[in-house]
Design a binder for this molecule. Structure first.
Ligand code: S3P
Length: 171
């Protein structure tokens, strides 16, 4: 079984994925970490040195590599992964269970302002530019996120609560 968590930057894919993996005694993988390991540099360095198009190409390549593995795991995608290179179509052709961690625009703005530094798409934006950026970005991205098999709301819930809800849903 493969479980794939997707959603906007700072929606908690990695922390919720780790908690869920522990509850289900499954292996946890993070696509950004996998890319950093394979490319021997950080996501920020890849964006800076090679640009976003290169990043989207290798993001697709490493996603397909992971989908091809015969093992079970929980995989946290990057916030943009579902929106490029037909990645959701590849995911939905497998029997992986894709889950969208859906947060309101206001919630995602608030979280991203706190957590923008390691995220090259927003790190250099002033806080007062984040609301418009996120609103527009989510408008473009939601149709891709909504291709997930399951959607779960993360608003007004702790990461622990979301992990518990997912555990109950999957069990
Ligand atoms: C991105 C999200 C990041 C990372 C890269 C691009 C995006 O992952 O893949 O910075 O396009 O939303 P997180 O969602 O883990 O921040």
């Amino acid at each position: 079984m493969k479980i794939i968590l997707l959603g906007y930057m700072a929606s908690g894919k990695t922390s919720i994925g780790k908690k869920l993996a522990k509850k289900l005694s499954m292996k946890f993988l993070d696509l950004d970490d996998y890319i950093e390991e394979k490319e021997n540099r950080s996501i920020s360095e890849i964006f800076k040195e090679k640009g976003e198009v290169y990043f989207r190409i290798i993001e697709n390549k490493y996603l397909l590599e992971l989908l091809d593995k015969k093992t079970s795991f929980i995989l946290a995608l990057g916030g943009g992964t579902p929106c490029y290179a037909n990645n959701m179509d590849f995911i939905n052709k497998t029997d992986a269970h894709s889950i969208y961690l859906n947060g309101s625009t206001a919630n995602m703005i608030e979280r991203l302002i706190r957590k923008k530094s390691k995220r090259p798409l927003v790190a250099s934006l002033d806080d007062d530019k984040i609301p418009e950026f996120v609103a527009k970005h989510l408008f473009e991205r939601r149709p891709f996120y909504e291709k997930a098999k399951t959607t779960i709301s993360i608003d007004n819930k702790t990461k622990k609560e979301v992990a518990k809800e997912l555990y109950e849903l999957l069990n």
